[in-house]
Ligand binder design. Structure first.
Ligand code: PEP
Length: 249
């Protein structure tokens, strides 16, 4: 049985004071018990704060991105080893905002994936189609291309040690959620694509849904057979909302 994972992507939001309240609020709520593994991904500069406040809370923390390079002349970048240094367990890779705003290619995403795993981090690999691609009937081709780029570079066994997040780009931050069936269909497609190469890996890998998940739609999404949790953006910035999503598991 795969354990459900609920991951909060704070994007470029937060302040020391606001984070303190948010982290303590989540910590207090989680201590009452939820059925999911929970991870928060603050902006990199606040990872040490998360590490301090969440220490021994049972809540994990992670990065929102990392460099594919180990170290050196890459101004502004953060390496896998640096995230590891602050006990990050997870790192989001290939988020659609990185792909669109920072022109990250499938090949670069694959390199980041490998850099993360080499250091011991668990990648949360984001894949998903644009609205134009969905309307053109290309959803499966797009997610297959994005997934295959990583499988080809890292090998199918590497998928067992990662989390995949299916995030239709048209649903991220827009308030438009994929219907539970639309999401389930793509999740099943992703799992079958992995299964075509390795059935055990397909059974193990957790596939999260992301895109305007809210307390009122989480339970229906998480109830689907191939949806193993969520990657939550906007709703993870409010402790009560995020906790309600965690409890929807
Ligand atoms: C995200 O940032 O990955 C995301 C899913 O955002 P939101 O929940 O706000 O749509």
């Amino acid at each position: 049985m795969r354990q459900t994972l609920v991951a909060g992507n704070w994007k470029m939001n937060g302040s020391r004071e606001g984070n303190r309240r948010l982290l303590d609020g989540i910590k207090a709520g989680i201590s009452e018990g939820v059925n999911a593994e929970v991870v928060v991904c603050p902006p990199a500069i606040y990872i040490p704060q998360a590490a301090r406040r969440l220490n021994e809370s049972g809540i994990a923390w992670g990065g929102q991105d990392l460099s594919q390079h180990e170290s050196g002349a890459y101004t502004g970048e953060i390496s896998a080893a640096m995230l590891w240094d602050y006990q990050c367990k997870y790192v989001i890779i290939g988020h659609s905002e990185r792909r669109s705003l920072h022109a990250e290619t499938d090949a670069q995403v694959a390199e980041k994936f490998i850099a993360a795993q080499k250091t011991g981090l668990t990648p949360i690999l984001c894949i998903g189609e644009l609205l134009t691609e969905r309307e053109a009937g290309e959803t499966e081709a797009v997610v297959a291309r994005q997934l295959d780029a990583v499988i080809d570079a890292a090998g199918i066994e590497a998928i067992a040690g990662c989390v995949i997040a299916y995030e239709p780009v048209w649903a991220i931050g827009t308030g438009k959620t994929a219907s539970p069936q639309q999401a389930q269909d793509v999740h099943a497609f992703i799992r079958q694509r992995v299964a075509a190469q390795n059935v055990d890996v397909a059974e193990k890998v957790r596939i999260l849904y992301g895109g305007s998940v809210k307390p009122d739609n989480a339970a229906e999404l998480f109830a689907k057979a191939d949806i193993d949790g969520g990657l939550i953006g906007g709703a993870s910035l409010d402790a009560e909302g995020f906790l309600a999503i965690c409890r929807a598991v």
